[in-house]
Each structure stands twice: as C-alpha cells, then as structure tokens.
Design a protein around this ligand. Sequence first.
Ligand code: BES
Ligand code: ZN
Length: 901
Amino acid sequence: MMREGSSPMIHRADYTAPAYWIRSVDLAFDLDPAKTMVINRMRVERNIDVAPQPLRLHGEDLNLTRVLVNDASVSFRHEHGMLVIDSAQDLPAGEFTLEIRNTCAPEKNTQLSGLYTSASGFFTQCEAEGFRRITYFLDRPDVMAVYTVTLRATKAAYPVLLSNGNLLEQGDLDNGPNGPRHFAKWHDPFPKPSYLFALVAADLVVRQQQIRTRSGNDHLLQVYVKRGDLDKTEHAMNSLIASVIWDEARFKLPLDLERFMIVAVEDFNMGAMENKGLNIFNTKFVLASPATATDENYAGIESVVGHEYFHNWTGNRITCRDWFQLSLKEGLTVFRDQEFSMDMAGSASARAVKRIEDVRKLREVQFPEDAGPMAHPVRPDSYAEINNFYTPTVYEKGAEVVRMMHTLVGREGFANGMALYFERFDGQAVTCDDFAQAIADANPHSELARTLPQFERWYSQAGTPRLTARGRYDAPSRTYTLGVEQAGAPASHTTQEPFVIPFAIGLIGRDGRALPVQLEDEPADAPEAGKTDRLLVLTEARSFFTFVNVDVEPVPSLLRGFSAPVMLADGLDDADLLILLQHDTDPFTRWEAGQRLALNRLLAAARSNVPAELDTPFTEAMRSLLRHPALDAAFKDQVLTLPSESYLAEQLVPADPPRIHAVRQRMLAQMASALRVDWEWAFDAHQVSGPYSPDSLSAGKRSLANRALAMLCLDSVPRGDTVWPGRAYQRMNDATNMTDRLGALSALVYSHAPHAEPALHRFHELFRNEALVIDSWFKLQATAPEVDGKVFERAKQLLKHPDFSLRNPNRARSLLSGFCTNNPGAFHRLDAAGYVFWAEHVIELDAINPQLAARFARSLDRWNQLAEPYRSAAREAIVRVAAKPDLSGGVREIVTNALAL
Ligand code: BES
Ligand code: ZN
C-alpha cells in the first residue's frame, strides 16, 4: 500500500487549468479479483490556453504494462507518483491517441477506493481520487470525457455487468480458466469527470420499473441487490420514482437518461455515490423491510436516494472545477434533498420536524467542527487529503448557505436562479461563485443581489457567527426596539467581517397572541402590513430595528425556522421561553424554547455541585406539551428530546463528559418519574395498528411511544419494578416491525434492565443473517449509558465477537464510532483506557482503510476543550498516533491539525 509520510498541502489559490484535455475514453476490463487488466485508450488534446508542457497523469497502486501514443511506443517516466510523457508537448496541435495498459488487484484493495471486490463481485468508488487507482488519467473534475466501457468476466460468477450510460452490446466469449466468459459494452453520451465513472460486475438480481415522465419520455429504473434481498427494494424504488417526479415538478429538471440504475453493495465507505446513471449505494441506504428496517432507516433511504438522484443535475450536468468547490454540488444537493424530504413529509408540522432534525444535526456535528482543529470555510482554502473535506461544514453548513439564498430571493426567485445556472453552465465544471452569481443575477432586485460580495463571506470565513439580540419596549410610544449584534467565533484565528444574515422574526404578546410586525417608517398599507412575521436582513456588526404600533410588551421570537447557521443569545428568561413554548406560531422557535428551558437547567446542574430537583414549571410545561390536543406526536417527541451530550459539551468548556452524562441522565430520570402517568398515557395513546407504513404521521407516533417506553423502563428499573421492563421484553419479542422491536430493545439496554441480556441474545438469534440489523445490535451496545465501566468492557468484548470485522465499514463504524463518538460518557475515562482503545484502533484501521480511519480519528478532535485529566490524556493518545511514521496522509492530517492547537 502506498504511504506518504505527509501529503503536500494543496491550495485553492494555486488552481491552474489542465495542460491537456481528454475528450473521450475507451476502457476495456478483463475482470479478475487477483489481477484485472485495463486497456485505456484516450483521445487527448493539448489545452492551447496553457504553455506547452509534458503530459502528467495520475496513477496509484497500478502496474503499468504499456504506453502508446498514436499506436507507437513512447518513452515515459515516473515522477512524484505521476506518469510523465515528455514527448506529448512536441506533438502537432490537434488530438492524439494515448493508450495505456495496466493491471490492478481488486481483491487486495481494502481501502474501497478504486476497483475492489465485495461479497458478490466487483465494484468501484472513484470520488474523489479513486479513478487513478484503476488506470492512469487526468484525475481532476475539470477534465470531462465521453466514456465507452467494455467489461469482460466469468459469466457464472458475474452474470451482471454494468457501467455508466446505455448498454450498446452484450454477448458470450470463449472459456476462461474459470469457465465461460461474457462481455458487455456501455456508452455514456454525457461528458463526465473521472470521479463519476463506475462499473459493477456481480451476481445480482434486479427490481425494475418503467416510468413515463411529465415530458413524455420513457425511462427504465433499476435497483440491483444481491440474491435474497429483492423483497427489500420496494422503498428504494418508490423513493427513486418520487425523486424523479419531484425534481421535474419543483425545478423542471428531468431525468436525462434512458436507464437509471442503483446498485447496493455491502462494503462501502460512504452512504452512496452519484456515478452518472449508475449510483452505487451502501446497502444501509437501499434495503428495507418492515421487519428489518426502522422508520429512521426508511427516512434515510428516501433522503439518500433523493440526494444521489438530484446530483444528476447538481454535480453531474454541472460539476466542480476543483475539489475546493465541493460544496457547489454537496451543499446544494443536501439543500435539495432536505427540501425533497420536507415536501414528501407533507404537513406543516412534519416539515418543521424535518427542519428541527436538520438543525439538531448541524449543531451537533458542524458547530463543534467549526470551533475545533478541523474548522474550515464552506469553500476550503487548502487541504492535504481531499477525503478529509467531505465534512459537515461543506455539506450541512453549505446547505444552510444555499438555504439563506433561497430565503433571500424567495422560492420562485430561487427556482429562476437555478434555471439561469443551468442555462449558463450546463456541461461545465464551475465554482461556488458562479452559482451564487447566477442566483443573484436572476433576482436583480433582491437582498442577495444587493449584498452579493458580502454574502459570499459565508463561503470564505470559517467559524459560527454569534448573535446577541436585546429588545426594549416603550409603552408610551408603543414601540419595540430590537438591537442585534454579530461577532465572529471567538476561537477563529482570523478576524471576521460581518455576514449577511437573514433573520426571521415575530413578536408574541404575553397573552400568546401573534402581534402584527410593522417597522418604523413603513406605511400602514405596505404589502407586509398586518403580517405577524418578518424577514430582517442583518449586514452590519450592529443593527437596530424599531417596530411601531405594538400594543403590549412582546416576547420576541427570533431566528425563526433557523434562518441562518448562527448561535443566538437572545437574553430571554424562563418566563419568556415558557410563553414561546406554549404559543409561538413558528414551530422551530417553539421547539427551541423548550430546548432552551432544558439547556438552562442542564447547564446550571452541571456547573453546581448540588444535584437540583427539576422544578415544577418545567415539568408542567413538558406535561402540557406532551398532552397537547393539537400537536403532532413527532413534534412532541422533538420537544421532549433533551439536547445531546455533545451539544452540552460545547457550552461547558472545559467539559467533563462523564459529568455531563450524569447530569443529563439524572434529568431524564426526573422527567421519567415526574411524568410517569403521562408516559403511560403516551405509550397507550400512540400505538399504531394495521400494516406497517413509514409515513411521518405513523412514524411520529411510534417514536413517541418508544420514548415513553424508554422513560417508563428508566423509571422502573432502579425501583426494581419489572412491569414495564417485562412489557418491553414482550414487545421486543412480538413486535411486527423493527422500529418497535429496536425501540423496545433499546429501552431495556439503555435502562440496564435485567431483561436486557436475554433480549440482546434473542434479538441476535432472530437477525443473525441480517447484516444491517446486526450493525444496530453492535451500535446499541456501544452507545448504552455507562455504569461502572461495564459498557466499555462490553465494547471491548464485542471486538472479539465472531460477527465483528474491521473490514466492513458499517460494522466498524457501529462499534468504534458508536463508542468513541456517540458515547462520550463512556469513552472519556479517568484511567484514559478509552483513549488507548481509540489510538489502537485508529492505527489498526489505518492499515486497512485509511479513509475510514481518518474519519474515526476525528472523535478526539475536541480534546482541547476537555477538563483535566481528560485533556492531557487525550492529547497523549493523539501524540502516540502521530508518532507512527507510516500513517496514511489522511490520518496524518487529522492528528497534525489536532495537535496544532
Ligand atoms: N458524492 C458523495 C459520496 C462521496 C463522499 C464520495 C465522499 C466520495 C467521498 C455523495 O453524494 C454523498 O454526499 N453521500 C452522502 C450521503 C448524502 C445523503 C449526504 C454520504 O455518502 O454520506
Ligand atoms: Zn452528495
């Protein structure tokens, strides 16, 4: 395996156009697990805008057998891991043919980047730089070529042969050493960058459906899975059909291929990949049946299928000029998949729940990133390993940046902006600036157009902006003045210039009434007059807004819908928050008020030494919310979910994770006990009968019932009361869907009920052949609340379980990230054994799969904000990893950055 001591830094400012273009590629593969032969014939052309220079091709872990230019041998050399052909610059202008022959070893490819084998066959993963592990190429996204691909393999072992585009030809070949062989020839008419290339050769079965779209065209949709999994593909197919319909309806973007394929593979580093016409998916985001998949899994499939499908336009038709522009496709496509899921959810309440989930994720993973050693702008300025930059910042914050544009120009304006973007750039490789400019140009009178250069600071400045808002009511003049200040993140190394911040607000009277929002100097007959919400746009470090005709002192409802990715200190007290929790018409700020009430109590408890009783106003507010006659179950469930331990740790620097865990666990126990009767009611009142359906209404009920069951077990176990744990065990055994079954199992495991062990055993017995369910079984045990080090002991034991393997990314993640990332209360230990465990596994995993290792390594990113003795011990573990001379470039970058603090 190739190992760099440390990879050189790549800088955005150093971008230059390629010295050559590759116009077309003819690839032929003789697929063999041990030694696959690749013939790569390219039509190449010098880029006349660039000074003549040798042709330098990327290549990694390849055996080169032959290089021909215009069918004649040429001399070549290797330099800095690249193949250099000096004579190419002396060729006459115009195209020439370059033929490369090489071999590679798919079965030895444990990194799962390039061409590799997994259970049933051959698969590829080329983004970002995997194509160079298949053949020599200009492996950069601004070099776009038309591909024709011939696959040859043993017919019995690999009956299905797929690549991008349309099938031109297929047939039988002579016998090979392993029996009769066959071939298939594919052609993709759309020029594409190499990262979108894919091939599959495997023993698969297919669910397929013909559809006719609005535009009257017929398309064949296919979902390929391994034999035996066909009955788990219905939801993925439905999600794909819904995605096609949605993109055409909302953005007028049609499916541009006759055939669109999804293939599921068990060993996959990421969630899924948008290869043109041939999406390759982690099985986790394809396979679902009521018996094996939870509501959350169903929702995940819908959103990932949508995401990869939407890339067909945002990513594939228009791609990135260079990898610094990654958010151009990822941030935009996450925004699109979020909107898709919201539109599919239907009701206003279900849309709000989706928005709350997305914000929760942003705060739990992106905010810490933006405050830690890997902080970077949405459009990074430099990187050592590009795979380390598929981050929450590029994805989730990038999506928020697109969402702010959407907010500033409106829904229709945004659709017009998208149309202009495609009119200008279809078929090209472009930048984030090009996108923002198109949205602004299509909306010349918008706040976005007015502030564009300043707005673009969202792409260039890292760190989470902090807002401070204070309001003052003046009864005599019936005015309310709101002052808002913005400041950059205190931790950010560079000074920050003010951002353009869309700030959606409303005013709520103390009697709960939504008040009309009229700005000073605004005529009473302005179009906004009488409305109860308003979009303010902050552009200065400090801004003031005066509202007139305000009858009573209001409670401000600020940052509605989470209109910008910022932290807000609004100075509201408990009484204000209780009013918002009861009455706010914006579901996001209403939910947020509940979170803040909980957060205030958790922070106070963590800071004091006396464990406080939970106060009645809080428990009563939670009770009335739980019992509210009009709110949806899913929304209630969101309000009743306490802020996560990682979110708490961000507000409590230096952080003591076991203490945070104990405080949060205690509050859960108090809520369990204070609302016991209400949880009993909630459990009974939210049973769903009839055949399983993953719709948001039923899923919301199941999720609230499962929370109730968890609370009831939590309350019962310490008292030795076995009624609810008994019921949970029974439910685990008898449930007719995985959501209820896993909900019951986790209620037992998370409350450390005596029934937990037999339940885990039984569950494993039932699902021993369902890999994705076994992943959940590992994860559940790795994330259980720690008691006396037992969870850590269990995690270590599970490493030796016959079902455990570091080679399967899903399995490795379930246990390792489950414990180190998702169980801070267990991972951070006074004896530092968790950190030793971390270091050992970063190193072990790095030798197998460096991408996965680098991502796992990030569970110690926030070491610097830990309280002692955790902080020093964590640092020592990172130093130990950094001391290894043969780390991959990816892990090297993570530990180097972590120690640079
Ligand atoms: N293009 C990515 C897949 C990818 C990521 C390839 C990193 C290579 C390196 C794909 O579109 C993607 O973003 N997938 C996400 C899921 C998505 C729903 C956010 C993933 O794989 O996690
Ligand atoms: Zn993506």
